[in-house]
Design a protein around this ligand. Structure first.
Ligand SMILES: [Zn+2]
Length: 395
């Protein structure tokens, strides 16, 4: 070895011993994350072009995988959560029935809340048409002015409506607990004891209760760029509940669960999976602790479709507790539900624009086995609501 080579070797040894990283030629060492040997490529870069807004950024996917769209449900379905006019004209029913046929919906449960005279007229109008087997009617409870004498009147109305042909109660909407006031001006809590006679009557009359409590938990949070519903909240002022005038999400959930537990003989169907589709372990715990509680899947398909493995296992485990429901009646949106439930498709779009503001992510199918699909689509609903016509379903 020459004396010059010896000097180079010695210098390298000193540098290595001191722990000094050798920067590649022509590049300055940048800040390093803890434990990293060298800077990550592109770490300090920023876009050279103005970034698009989340409205404008619509990257087309280059993923090529099998596609199995499902225009019609594999088995005839009951929509336990449908909103239709009350009453409906024969012409309106013709239109709705034709659209039901196109997606294999057999029965709609109209939960638009007709009661008294409107309910009677609604049921009479339905029975006068050839579509009498395609729709049933729930009644509703008028929660205004709860106070002395209210419960007796409400129970009498329920009895009359059941006699007129109502086969359930609901949809009790999100205003119950969130904004509804008692006669004395205080907020009507979901588990208010003044309401107990009504829940007891529901059990006695065998009327299941479809109840929508609160809204997605992000609607109760500040609308910042960490809120996964920012886009929707920016579009709909009536979905913002983070203000001090509203109860907290967890406060409403606590009241709801106390109600469910205090009336174990009353059947409750938690609309929108109780807004726990983003936390199925929590919903499973509710089902375990409250045998009188069921869940309906309306408007939360974006949550089921982003957890295909957890979702599949949950629907299999709780197959006796889940009912199909859609809420908003948009015939072209039902196939997205069928595809999530029936296929193992990957990375497909949620609803078409402009109805895709709920979720900017892609969906995956949970590929449910046929016996589970049957329960979800119609068998569980028939068990809970014996008044649903049997015509048109597999025997
Ligand atoms: Zn609804």
């Amino acid at each position: 070895m020459t004396s010059r080579a010896l000097v180079v070797v010695a210098a390298l040894a000193v540098a290595t011993a001191a722990g000094v990283a050798q920067a590649p030629q022509g590049q300055q060492p940048g800040p390093q994350s803890e434990g990293a040997i060298r800077q990550r490529p592109g770490a300090n870069r920023a876009p050279e072009f103005p970034p698009p807004s989340i409205i404008d950024y619509k990257p087309r996917t280059t993923l090529v995988v099998a596609q199995h769209p499902v225009p019609r449900a594999k088995f005839p379905a009951i929509d336990i959560h449908s909103h239709q006019p009350t009453p409906m004209t024969a012409a309106q029913l013709d239109t709705v029935a034709a659209s039901m046929d196109s997606v294999n919906l057999q029965v709609l449960v109209n939960v638009s809340g007709a009661s008294g005279d409107a309910l009677t007229r609604s049921i009479a109008a339905l029975r006068a048409t050839r579509h009498r087997d395609r729709m049933v009617q729930f009644t509703n409870i008028d929660f205004r002015n709860v106070g002395p004498g209210w419960a007796a009147r409400a129970v009498a109305q329920l009895e009359a409506d059941a006699k007129a042909g109502a086969v359930g109660i609901g949809e009790i909407n999100k205003g119950f607990g969130l904004t509804m006031r008692k006669a004395d001006g205080t907020r009507l809590k979901i588990d208010d004891p003044d309401l107990d006679p009504v829940w007891q009557a529901a059990a006695r009359l065998n009327l299941p209760v479809l109840i929508h409590t609160a809204d997605p938990q992000e609607f109760f949070e500040p609308i910042d760029f960490n809120n996964e519903r920012w886009l929707e909240l920016s579009m709909f002022s009536d979905r913002r509940f983070s203000g001090p005038q509203y109860p907290k999400f967890e406060e409403l959930m606590t009241e709801r669960d106390r109600l469910f537990k205090r009336h174990p003989k009353t059947t409750f169907i938690a609309a929108h999976l109780g807004w726990h589709a983003n936390n199925l372990a929590r919903l499973g715990k509710m089902f375990d602790e409250m045998p009188n509680v069921y869940g309906e899947v309306g408007a939360v398909i974006y949550d089921i479709g982003r957890q295909p493995r957890t979702g599949h296992d949950f629907f299999v485990k709780y197959q006796d507790r889940l009912l199909f429901g859609k809420d908003s009646y948009q015939p072209d949106e039902f196939p997205y539900y069928w595809r999530v439930f029936e296929t193992g498709d990957e990375y497909f779009d949620y609803f078409p624009a402009p109805r895709n503001y709920h979720a900017f992510w892609k969906l995956y199918g949970v590929a449910l086995p046929d016996p589970v699909l049957r329960k979800l689509y119609y068998q569980n609903a028939m068990k809970l609501v014996p008044g649903i016509p049997k015509a048109g379903f597999p025997r």
